[in-house]
Design a protein around this ligand. Sequence first.
Ligand SMILES: [Zn+2]
Length: 161
Amino acid sequence: MSAQPLPYRIGYGEDAHRLAAGRPLILGGVEITGAERGPVAHSDGDAALHTLSDALLSGLALGDIGQYFPDTDPKWAGLNSADILRRCLELVRERGYAPANAALVVTLDTPKLGSKRAEIAQRIAGLLGLDSSEVGVSFKTSEGLAPDHIQARATILLVRL
Ligand SMILES: [Zn+2]
C-alpha cells in the first residue's frame, strides 16, 4: 500500500434496533408520524443516522460510533443522533476528506416509508453537506423475516479535499 493518501475512500455502515410500542420512530432525523412502534435504544435510535455515522468512520478506518459514544456511558443517554453524525463528519473533515455521495438502505416491514423519502434525503443531505440528489434512500421490507426490527445499511464515498 502506498503512503500517498487515496483520492477516494468508501465507507460502509450497518445498524439495527428492536422495535417496541410507545417509542417514536425517527429516521434520518425525520419523525415518522403514525408509526405504532419505534426503536429501543440508548439514544434516539435513529438507525439511518447511526449507519451513516459508522460509514463515515469506516471510510477512514476510524472505528465505529460505539467507541466514540459508548452506550454504557450515561452521558450519551437520549443523545440526538444528528450530533453523532456531525461529530463523525468533523473527524472526517479533520483528516482532509468530505462526503461526495451517500446511499442508504432501510429495511422495515411497517409502516411504509416511501412518502418520507424526499424529506429524509433532504435532511441527510443537509447534515452531510450534500445536495439531496447525492443521497440515495431505498426502502425494503424483510418479507416478514425481521418484523420486530429496523435495519439500515449505507455506503458513503469520501473524496480527498
Ligand atoms: Zn443505532
